[in-house]
Design a protein around this ligand. Structure first.
Ligand SMILES: [Zn+2]
Ligand SMILES: [Zn+2]
Length: 406
């Protein structure tokens, strides 16, 4: 382990002291972004706000990285490693019903996944780090990315293609997600697979329509759909290794127009969630075979397609994550816990394919303040008292990993 120039290391305790000064500003930024949510690839205002704020702190900011992405670069006063910290900036197409004064001003757009807090917590970390840049070892890259909620191409991929992880090359990368699912002020993470690969699929089942009273003269795509949906559950329960998590859900079904007409076709849409690439590949193969075989058995044809470019599994580097646990445990007022894998997807996984690092959650459950609704709920509400902990954690990870070789 090499310490930066042998000097006393910048740590969470110092940042915790500093953050009192910045906390009102962090909350103000969060509310501003919350009131003005922007959907995937349209984060223009947020992107400008981020770039302006970074520049105001004397941090070099490059806009237009991978679309609306922004990269900030802060060089510390001492030699060290390059540490990237990431926040996503996009909102969701939801009409807000949360009990807050700073409700979304935009129809059918809401920061229901808390990406507004990610923006403000990372800007808070930038304030903390810029305030102690002379003591800082290494270089910090701030990655503000678009379109995490979009799926497929997402926002990390275009940023990586635009060189966000190069010049200087990133040694470690960290991402933080606010989450209703752990008590307010609790950091929740694990080594290895943290989040799933989300593979969306569509099945078009083509039969032959006719009168509802004479099904034998038709090929009924609704009946066949029902068999396909049931049989797909056999993929997870009978065809893949039970020790490896796998979720298959058909979440939409569209067919038919009237009670006595058998339609020509039906369209199913669903998702497959896995935590390792081997199970992922075999699950997809089985889904194709089962759907096609069941359709053929009843004389229907089957067109099955997967969404291109689905996010990979989010895998936390075990060695880096062991160190992250140690750093987070030093943050006064918080708790740190080993969490279960989450079957949601995250394109932070793509940054983890470029450099080792950790994706971790910060809990925001607080029934006393009405923070009881899950992420993606129209009533999702954040306990803003935890934002300072998020900022301190990001700053502390940048400082610690900037000064160390694992
Ligand atoms: Zn989300
Ligand atoms: Zn999210």
């Amino acid at each position: 382990m090499v310490k930066g120039n042998g000097a006393a290391m910048l740590n969470a305790r110092a940042f915790m002291k500093d953050v009192k000064k910045y906390e009102p500003e962090i909350i103000k930024i969060r509310r501003d972004v919350h009131e003005n949510p922007e959907l995937a690839y349209k984060e223009f205002r947020t992107s400008k706000l981020v770039a302006d704020r970074l520049r105001g702190l004397g941090i070099k900011a490059t806009s237009g990285v991978g679309g609306t992405g922004v990269v900030g670069l802060l060089e510390g006063g001492k030699e060290g490693r390059v540490v990237a910290l990431r926040a996503d900036m996009d909102a969701l197409p939801i009409q807000e019903n949360a009990d807050v004064e700073f409700r979304s001003k935009v129809d059918n757009a809401m920061h229901a996944c808390g990406h507004d807090t990610h923006v403000s917590m990372l800007l808070g970390a930038a304030m903390l780090l810029a305030g102690r840049r002379d003591e800082l070892a290494g270089t910090v890259k701030f990655l503000f990315q678009p379109a995490e909620e979009h799926g497929g191409r997402g926002g990390a991929k275009p940023m990586i293609e635009d060189g966000a992880m190069k010049n200087p090359k990133v040694d470690y990368v960290f991402g933080l997600h606010i989450m209703n699912g752990a008590p307010a002020g609790t950091f929740a993470l694990r080594p290895g697979a943290m989040m799933a690969a989300p593979d969306s699929f569509k099945v078009r089942i083509v039969g032959r329509g006719g009168h509802g009273s004479e099904p034998h003269k038709t090929v009924d795509p609704i009946f066949v759909s029902a068999q396909v949906i049931n049989s797909l559950q056999g993929v997870s329960s009978r065809l893949t290794d039970q020790t490896q998590p796998l979720v298959i859900s058909v979440c939409s079904i569209h067919a038919g127009s009237k009670d006595n007409i058998i339609p020509d076709e039906a369209l199913l849409e669903g998702t497959i969630r896995t935590l390792d690439e081997k199970t992922r590949a075999s699950a997809k193969r089985h889904v194709v075979r089962v759907a096609k075989t069941v359709c053929r058995a009843f004389g229907a044809s089957c067109e099955l397609s997967f969404m291109e470019d689905a996010y990979p599994v989010t895998v936390n580097d075990p060695k880096v994550t062991a160190k992250v646990f140690k750093v987070l445990k030093t943050i006064e007022g918080t708790k740190t816990t080993v969490y279960r894998p989450v079957m949601g997807g995250e394109d932070f996984s793509r940054f983890l394919h470029q450099a080792p690092g950790t994706f971790y959650f910060l809990g925001t459950d607080n029934p006393k303040k009405g923070c009881i609704y899950p992420n993606h709920s129209s009533r999702f509400k954040v306990d803003e008292d935890v934002l300072k902990y998020g900022s301190v954690s990001l700053a502390a990870l940048a400082a610690e990993f900037g000064a160390q070789n694992l």
